[in-house]
Ligand binder design. Structure first.
Ligand code: GRF
Length: 197
């Protein structure tokens, strides 16, 4: 049986934990998909190291290059990937990629969108803002990627409480555990919807 292939786009500094969680969901059979390709912006990106350790096909894509969009699209087609999952990738994607894969590019965000999203809302800043706002719950969101940061349709969310005495780090840890579960669930949901097309 051939499973649909997905690609993962990691960032320069990310740990690659969401990529690992997706890879483990595929290899354990919890997610009926396979990782066709992992792409990162620099050869020394820690998440690409993790990808190589996991035996995944890891590619470097220079996003400063003029043809970055075209070459990413070509790589996704070559690897026959149906879906692109952003995991720690902080920039806006070249328009060409979103036009070629409408409704097929996902991102994970460590808060309950539409709250606490947008430019500058990443990593620790998100959890600091959640605590400063006195929220009683937080969580993570998997959403479709559009040309505007964190604005696409939310596909899946998981929630957790904000506890008294939480610091940005303790809250981030609780949310990250949810992210690892939510991303595989969201990918399964989107692949199922694409199958119905
Ligand atoms: C995650 O918190 C994710 O929500 C955000 O970037 C972080 C990436 O972490 N988009 P990792 O590299 O997957 O561990």
């Amino acid at each position: 049986m051939t499973f649909p292939r997905i690609a993962i786009l990691v960032g320069t500094r990310g740990r690659g934990s969401n990529m690992r969680a997706l890879a483990e969901a595929c290899s354990s059979g919890r997610l009926a998909a396979q990782i066709g390709l992992v792409i990162g912006p620099r050869a020394d990106a820690p998440a690409l190291e993790v990808a190589r350790e996991l035996g995944l096909d890891a590619h470097v894509q220079d996003f400063a290059a003029e043809d970055a969009g075209a070459s990413l699209v070509a790589a996704l087609h070559r690897a026959r990937c149906r879906l692109l999952c952003l995991a720690g990738f902080m920039r806006l994607l070249p328009a060409e990629v979103l036009e070629t894969f409408p409704g097929r590019v996902l991102n994970i965000h460590p808060a309950l969108l539409p709250k606490f999203g947008g430019k500058g809302m990443y990593g620790r800043h998100v959890h600091e803002a959640v605590l400063a706002a006195g929220e009683i719950e937080s969580g993570c969101s998997v959403h479709l990627v559009t040309p505007v940061y964190d604005e696409g349709e939310v596909v899946h969310q998981l929630r957790c409480p904000v506890l008294r005495g939480d610091t940005p780090d303790t809250l981030a840890g609780r949310v990250l555990a949810l992210e690892h579960q939510a991303y595989a669930e969201a990918v399964a949901k989107v692949l199922e919807e694409l199958d119905g097309d």
